[in-house]
Design a protein around this ligand. Structure first.
Ligand SMILES: Cc1ncc(COP(=O)(O)O)c(C=O)c1O
Length: 412
C-alpha cells in the first residue's frame, strides 16, 4: 500500500526536515500551525463536511486515525476523560443496573487496527464484532442491522460502527449511507476508515463511490497511500468540532490560556502526540502544484491499470480473478493443472510458495492475503497498483511471471 512519492512532495518534506518545526506549540511552528489549520479546512470540504464546524489533525496514518475515531466514540458514552458517562441516557441498551458492554461493529474485512484500537482503549479486542461481507468484501447491510439488533437484545451498547471506504485487500467500499442511518438509529458513532479509498475523492470518476462519507462522525484519510506523499501523511477529521474533546489539555509551558486568548492558537489538544512533524506542508504544496484535478488523473491512471490487469487475469486460463477492481487493487490466484479437482489446501500452498519464489529470485513483490471465512482455498495474491507511470504491458509481464512461477512450483 506504499506509493512512489511525488517529487514535489519529497522536496517539500526535505524543507520540513531542514527547518524541523514541531506542531505542539504555536511558538515552535507558527507558519505550520496556520498551514495545517487551513489544509484541514480544505480537506474537510473535500470530504463534504462543513469546514466551519469540522475539526481535525494530521496523524501518522490510518492506524492512529482509527484509534482516535474509536477513542472519541468511547469517550462520548463512557466519559473516559471526566470519569462520568455522558450522553448515555436514552441510548439503546442503557437501563438501570449494570453498565452495558460496549461493542464496536466493523466488517470482517476491516483493517486489523480496529481490533488493536479496541484493546488499547481498554474495551478488549473481543468488543469488536465482525459483520459478514459479500464477495467484494463489502459489509452486508442486513447483517449490520441484525448485529445491532442482537446487541440491543443482549443489553449491550454499540458505541461505534466502523465502515471501511476502500478495504485493504479489494478496495471495497462499505454501504456508507446505510451504515450512517443504522448507526444513528442505534445511537452509535460512525467512523469511516477511508485510509485507502479517500483518494477516490480526488477523481470525478471514482468520487461517487464515497457517497455518504459526509455523514460520518469521523473519517481517516491517508495521503501516503492514494495521494503520493512520503509517509507520514495521515489525516483524522471529525464532522463536529465539539465532539473532539478527549485530548484537550492545558500545558502551561506549551499552550497557556492567555496566549490562546491573544490569538496564538495551539494544536496540542488535537493530537495524541506532542512533538509532531509539519506533515501538512508537503500535502499543501502538492495540492497547490497539481490541484485536485492533477491528483485525480493519477488516481484514474492507477484505476485504469487495475482494470487492465484484471482483464488479463480473467482471460488467462491459469489465473482466477476474485472480483473486479473497485479502486486500484485486485485479488487473484494461480490455478494449478486440473484445478477443479485439486485439493484447496494444495492450491493455497502453490500460491503461497510461488509468491516466495518470486521474492527469493528477486523477480517480483506480489501481495498475499486470505479471504475472510474458514477453511482452505482462501489464499489469494494481490496487486495494489499505486504507480501511475506503470504501463498495462508491465502489469501483463508481471502476471505472466506469476504464471511461470506457478508452473515452476508445480514441476518441482
Ligand atoms: C483500510 C486501511 N486502514 C488503515 C490502514 C493503516 O494505515 P497506516 O499504515 O497508515 O497506519 C491501512 C493500511 O494499509 C488500510 O488499508
Amino acid at each position: 500500500m506504499h506509493c512512489p512519492p511525488l517529487a514535489v512532495a519529497v522536496a517539500a518534506d526535505l524543507a520540513v526536515s531542514a527547518l524541523n518545526p514541531s506542531q505542539d506549540s504555536w511558538d515552535q511552528a507558527p507558519a505550520a500551525t496556520a498551514l495545517e489549520t487551513l489544509l484541514l479546512k480544505e480537506l474537510a470540504r473535500l470530504v463534504g463536511y462543513d469546514a466551519e464546524l469540522a475539526a481535525g489533525v494530521l496523524t501518522s496514518g490510518g492506524t492512529e486515525s482509527n484509534l482516535m475515531g474509536l477513542m472519541l466514540a468511547r469517550d462520548r458514552v463512557l466519559g473516559a476523560v471526566t470519569g462520568r458517562p455522558v450522553e448515555l441516557e436514552g441510548l439503546p441498551g442503557t437501563g438501570p443496573g449494570a453498565f452495558p458492554r460496549p461493542r464496536i461493529l466493523a466488517s470482517a474485512s476491516a483493517h486489523f487496527s480496529v481490533q488493536r484500537a479496541a484493546a488499547l482503549l481498554g474495551l478488549g479486542e473481543d468488543a469488536v464484532l465482525a459483520v459478514p461481507v459479500d464477495r467484494q468484501l463489502r459489509m452486508k447491510t442486513d447483517a449490520l442491522a441484525a448485529a445491532l439488533t442482537d446487541c440491543a437484545d443482549r443489553g449491550e451498547l454499540p458505541i461505534a460502527v466502523v465502515a471501511t471506504a476502500g478495504t485493504t485487500d479489494t478496495g471495497a467500499v462499505d454501504p456508507l449511507r446505510a451504515c450512517a442511518s443504522l448507526a444513528a438509529e442505534h445511537g452509535a458513532w460512525l467512523h469511516v476508515d477511508a485510509a485507502y479509498g479517500g483518494g477516490a475523492l480526488l477523481s470525478d470518476r471514482l468520487a461517487p463511490l464515497l457517497d455518504g462519507l459526509a455523514l460520518a462522525d469521523s473519517v481517516s484519510l491517508d495521503w501516503h497511500k492514494l495521494g503520493w506523499q512520503p509517509a507520514a501523511a495521515g489525516v483524522f477529521l471529525v464532522r463536529r468540532s465539539e465532539t473532539y474533546a478527549s485530548l484537550a489539555r492545558r500545558a502551561v509551558y506549551l499552550n497557556p490560556a492567555d496566549d490562546e486568548e491573544a490569538g496564538y492558537p495551539s494544536l496540542l489538544g488535537l493530537s495524541l502526540r506532542t512533538t509532531r512533524r509539519a506533515d501538512a506542508f508537503k500535502i499543501a504544496v502538492t495540492l497547490r502544484t497539481l490541484g485536485r484535478a492533477g491528483l485525480g488523473r493519477l488516481v484514474d491512471a492507477c484505476h485504469d491499470l487495475a482494470v487492465a490487469g484484471a482483464r488479463t487475469v480473467r482471460n488467462h486460463p491459469r489465473l482466477e480473478l476474485h472480483a473486479e477492481p473497485v479502486l486500484t487493487a485486485f485479488l487473484f490466484r494461480y490455478l494449478p493443472a486440473d484445478a477443479t479437482n485439486a485439493d484447496p489446501t494444495d492450491v493455497d500452498a502453490i500460491n503461497a510458495s510461488l509468491r516466495r519464489r518470486l521474492l527469493r529470485e528477486g523477480r517480483a513483490v506480489v501481495g498475499r492475503t486470505e479471504l475472510p471465512g474458514e477453511g482452505p482455498g482462501r489464499v489469494r495474491l494481490k496487486l495494489t497498483l499505486l504507480n501511475p507511470h506503470t504501463t498495462p504491458a508491465q502489469v501483463d509481464r508481471l502476471l505472466h511471471t506469476v504464471v511461470a512461477a506457478g508452473l515452476a512450483e508445480e514441476a518441482q
